[in-house]
Write a protein that binds this ligand. Structure first.
Ligand SMILES: Nc1ncnc2c1ncn2[C@@H]1O[C@H](COP(=O)(O)OP(=O)(O)OP(=O)(O)O)[C@@H](O)[C@H]1O
Ligand SMILES: [Mg+2]
Length: 323
């Protein structure tokens, strides 16, 4: 079957054996704001990499530097082994993406937008390929309508189609609520076919389902980077006990227990790892509280994010108190 994304160019672009993204010590300042503060990112070939963080964390600023759209103040960026600031044409060959809204002509149809892009791109996609990509992003039946009449989600999908007609090796995209449900299956499929994908989003739970690796950024700093499998230790727990009020008294003083909350006859909290569980069960036993159930909930990125940003806030508070 014809495969629109993976057809290799006649000659392999230089640096094709290199890592898709290698960012080290990246810094961007706006006045006194460190929008991006010594960021390191490593995206391996075939990753679906989630670049996550709350509003204003520095995601867009990082991606803009990665795509050579703004200058950095410090640090290094390599895209397939090349610096997009020094060598944008070569570094960004094989890279497609849009950060906030895709650039589309509202008074042209979806298909005409893609045809125009294909015509601008030497060796661009033919009519058959464009039809296939329109089907893939589920715009086949609306392809003849003006983009100005599309919903936000449809514009995002057409934006994705406009990236795919360039047959990128690396797709770097922002993801918003309108696009996420649809993207999940498609991104998995594209990754399965060998495309490397870098997704930037503040939608943690949604992105968790599609990514194999994540970096979490907060106030310009990376607070976690790693495989999602690394999140398996610790996490959120539910406790049912013989005496909830006494259980609260026993757990409150423990450093191991964070975010302690009472919900009717249950307690919920987070623990950092197995040793914390031991400490908790001992503390309960010492006060004569019996455990009816202690259940670990699957760790979500939201838990992780809560833990990371909460401890970060504590740290800043402590720093402020000292200063
Ligand atoms: N052009 C600019 N001038 C001044 N400050 C800026 C500029 N662009 C970004 N910032 C600041 O840099 C910080 C990071 O912004 P950025 O847009 O990268 O965040 P983000 O993670 O993309 O957030 P969101 O999820 O809301 O898109 C913010 O404090 C923002 O106000
Ligand atoms: Mg942004």
């Amino acid at each position: 079957m014809f495969d629109p994304y993976y057809r290799q160019p006649m000659t392999q672009p230089e640096g094709s054996g290199r890592r898709p993204v290698e960012v080290r010590g990246l810094v961007k300042r706006y006045g006194r704001v460190n929008a991006v503060d010594r960021v390191d990112l490593t995206v391996e070939s075939g990753d679906v990499y989630g670049f996550l963080g709350p509003n204003g964390a520095g995601k867009t600023t990082t991606l803009r530097m990665l795509l050579g759209l703004i200058h950095r103040d410090d640090g290094s960026i390599r895209v397939f082994g090349r610096d997009p600031a020094a060598d944008p044409v070569t570094a960004l060959a094989g890279v497609a993406g849009f950060i906030e809204e895709p650039r589309l002509y509202p008074y042209l149809s979806g298909r005409a937008n893609l045809e125009l892009l294909a015509a601008l791109d030497l060796g661009g996609a033919g009519r058959k390929e464009i039809d296939e990509i329109l089907e893939l992003v589920e715009l086949g039946d609306r392809a003849g309508d003006k983009v100005g009449e599309y919903s936000q989600g449809m514009r995002q999908r057409l934006g994705l189609a406009s990236c795919l007609i360039r047959r990128p090796r690396l797709l770097a995209n922002g993801v918003d609520p309108a696009g996420i449900r649809f993207l999940r299956a498609l991104l998995r499929r594209l990754a399965g076919e060998g495309m490397t994908i870098l997704l930037s989003s503040h939608l943690l739970a949604e992105v968790q389902e599609v990514c194999n690796r994540v970096a979490v950024i907060d106030h310009g700093r990376i607070v976690h980077e790693g495989a999602l499998a690394d999140l398996e230790t610790g996490g959120s727990y539910r406790l049912q006990a013989t005496d909830i009020a006494r259980a609260v008294d026993a757990l409150e003083p423990l450093d191991a227990v964070a975010g302690l909350r009472r919900e009717l006859d249950e307690l919920t909290f987070t623990l950092g790892g197995d040793e914390d569980t031991v400490e908790l069960t001992r503390a309960l036993a010492d006060t004569g509280v019996g455990i009816r159930a202690l259940v670990r909930e699957q760790t979500t990125l939201e838990d992780l994010f809560f833990r990371l940003t909460e401890s970060d806030a504590d740290l800043r508070e402590a720093e402020a108190a000292i200063a």
